[in-house]
Design a protein around this ligand. Structure first.
Ligand code: WT7
Length: 639
């Protein structure tokens, strides 16, 4: 039995508005989006809402010209918002900086001029490898202003992961900082950039923000300090086409290298601004805190762009949410009077583990609404969040979406009217989203049955393509079910029409809400001189969702030892980044594979978790009974 949590009448009065808007978005798509696209300003209005003549390469707001930086800044500086705080930045050490819309406008212009002076122009690709400091959104907005396509790489990635993203995006410019803080330690970002450049093709410019004041090496005629290149003044925002690229953001897939997800200048802002408004209904006087990292899509869409597009005050926190003490999050909420908090189930579970005494030591009464994102939320964490943090009065907005969708897709909608909540369900699709749950053959499964969630029609936030790889875009997202967007997750739609998201249906792990491709970690392992073969899978973890487990074989001439395992972990940390380090690496005599050479990840996982014999039917696609038996022998006979 699934429990239902009745929402206050004050929310329910509008539920009819949700159905009205939702139905209109599907039956009168043109009329709906003509109206909703007005959430941003257009230099030149579009002639047509959607061009679907080259499916699945959908184009939105045809021939419309606009600019993200203009929409986030210029249109507010002549209004009463000019002196409103755009970002409240809080450092891990507890320092704070506030920047107004006008201040941000000036800083973005000054940096845009600096970029132009270095010869960076419209269409150029720029990699941004930065800690969570104000210069990060400034760099993104400055690139957007001049039409340079930015590619933010999470500062927790290592040198090889960075090099791969610099190369694949074809960036000739890297923007970084000397260092960033994480749990009191300095991450030497500039040094990592130097190493990544050694592995890359021709980076011409490196721009360095002085932040941690750690010792760095500056190369003549290549490396410039941010402070030395900025130049006050006005830079006219480029009139970009709605379907010109805005940014690339890499995310992990099931096969091969990470995919560069490409989002555009028109559809993306329209989608994220509307979805933030629908889901959270933020008010002008609210303080909004999306506690994510700008290195991921959540930070792009809901720390930086959507809050600015709506003219809100957005909190940006530099460090770890439990540093220096487990009450850091509650401390920030109290100190800054945060009204809306959006965070992840991993964060909630971690803070829940520390106990109630930490939130109870703070006045959290400013909170009105709570959000969760990144992975399915288990009912226990949901209840703790609702009761202990929200004091039974803050609706929980569980937003289900992904890098590729640009913004929220399934989520309760406070602005249009939320349904009674069911802990663990993201509830209903937002306007414009037409989901379905399919079986293997593309037929709808019955209500209450598990299947694959798809979206049956395009919406403005859908990615443009995979950067430089149209084929992979089609194969990954539109081939399993023709012309239906395949999200890669299992879901159930229950009898009341609520969606329950059940996790990935592919070989992608969710470690602390971050997407990690098993293949990426395997590639990292087998690129080491000692390792012959590797298989990686996720072990369920009560806080992080998944932790990474690896089984590997050694090449001839190498012997297993605890020192070797530790050394391998260290190298993964440097090359790929701390989030990709396996918790356990088991050296075995062989990596179980099918006769056709496919690594039997799910079988290995089932044996490891002692779940065999269990539901072998789900493993049948993967291996024969005989192959499974052999795998058991190998894994059980492991180390
Ligand atoms: C994958 C996307 C969405 C921004 C952050 C992660 C999982 C995300 C939820 C949710 C259940 C969720 C899915 C999705 N996911 N939000 N509310 N409930 N699962 O973006 O790295 O692109 O990951 O995260 O598996 O496909 P991402």
């Amino acid at each position: 039995m699934v429990e239902t949590l009745p929402m206050d009448e004050k929310y329910k009065v509008h539920m009819s508005k949700y159905f009205e808007e939702y139905n209109r978005s599907l039956t009168d798509m043109d009329g709906f989006w003509n109206e909703k696209a007005k959430i941003i300003d257009w230099f030149k209005p579009f002639d047509k809402v959607l061009d679907d003549s080259k499916k699945p390469f959908y184009k939105w707001f045809i021939n419309g010209k606009t600019n993200m930086s203009y929409n986030c800044l210029d249109r507010y500086i002549k209004t009463e918002k000019r002196n409103k705080v755009a970002f409240i930045w809080v450092s891990e050490k507890g320092d704070e900086k506030m920047v107004t819309y006008y201040g941000l406008y000036r800083r973005v212009n000054a940096f845009a001029r600096g970029l132009l002076n270095l010869g960076i122009k419209r269409g150029d690709k720029v990699t941004i490898y930065m800690p969570m400091i104000l210069e990060t959104p400034i760099a993104m907005l400055a690139c957007a202003r001049i039409g340079a396509v930015f590619n933010v790489v999470f500062s927790g990635f290592g040198e090889e992961a960075l090099a791969q993203r610099i190369n694949d995006s074809n960036s000739k410019t890297v923007i970084t900082a000397d260092g960033g803080y994480r749990k009191g330690k300095i991450i030497e970002l500039k040094n990592l950039v130097d190493k990544a450049i050694d592995l890359s093709r021709g980076v011409d410019n490196v721009i360095v923000v002085k932040n941690a004041n750690n010792k760095i090496n500056m190369e003549q005629d290549r490396d410039y300090y941010y402070d030395d290149i900025i130049e006050e003044g006005y830079v006219k925002p480029e009139e970009l086409d709605s379907n010109d690229p805005l940014f690339i953001l890499y995310t992990s897939g099931t096969t091969g290298k990470p995919k560069g997800i490409l989002h555009g200048n028109g559809g993306y802002p329209v989608w994220i601004a509307n979805t933030l408004k629908w889901a959270f209904d933020p008010k002008d006087e609210d303080r909004w805190w999306c506690a994510a990292d700008i290195g991921w899509i959540t930070g792009h869409s809901y720390i930086v762009f959507a809050p600015l597009l709506l003219g809100l005050t957005s909190i940006m926190y530099e460090g770890a949410i439990d540093h220096p003490k487990p009450d850091r999050m509650w401390d920030i909420i109290e100190k800054y009077g945060v009204n809306i908090l959006h965070t992840s189930p991993t964060a909630i579970r971690l803070l829940m583990k520390y106990g109630e005494k930490y939130p109870k030591g703070h006045d959290l009464s400013s909170l009105k609404t709570l959000g969760t994102v990144g992975e399915p939320i288990n009912p226990a964490a949901w209840h703790w969040y609702y009761e202990v943090i929200g004091k039974n009065k803050c609706p929980i907005i569980d937003t289900y979406w992904q890098t590729e969708t640009g913004g929220f897709t399934v989520s309760p909608s406070l602005n249009l009217g939320i349904p009674d909540l069911k802990p663990g369900s993201a509830t209903f699709p937002l306007p414009g989203i037409e989901p379905a749950v399919f079986d293997e053959n593309g037929n709808n499964v019955k209500p209450g049955e598990k299947g694959y969630i798809v979206i049956k029609r395009p919406w403005p936030g859908l990615m443009l393509t995979v950067n430089g790889d149209d084929k992979r875009y089609i194969e990954t997202y539109f081939s399993k079910f023709k012309n239906k967007y395949f999200m890669g997750d299992y879901a159930i739609k229950d009898n009341d029409g609520y969606y329950w998201l059940l996790g990935r249906a592919d070989e992608v792990l969710k470690v602390a809400g971050h997407r990690i491709g098993t293949m990426e970690v395997e590639d990292g392992l087998v690129s080491m001189k000692e390792i012959a073969e590797a298989a990686v899978f996720g072990k369920p973890d009560t806080i992080k969702g998944d932790t990474i487990i690896a089984f590997a074989t050694l090449k001839d001439g190498y012997d297993k030892s605890p020192e070797l395992i530790e050394d391998i972990k260290k190298r993964i940390k440097n090359n790929l980044g701390p989030i990709m380090v396996p918790e356990e690496i088991h050296i075995v005599s062989a990596v179980p594979k099918t006769r056709s050479g496919k690594i039997m990840r799910r079988v290995i996982k089932a044996v490891y978790l002692d779940q065999l014999p269990g539901d072998v039917s789900t493993l049948e696609n993967e291996a024969s009974v005989d192959e499974i038996r052999k795998a058991v022998e190998i894994i059980k006979g492991g180390d």
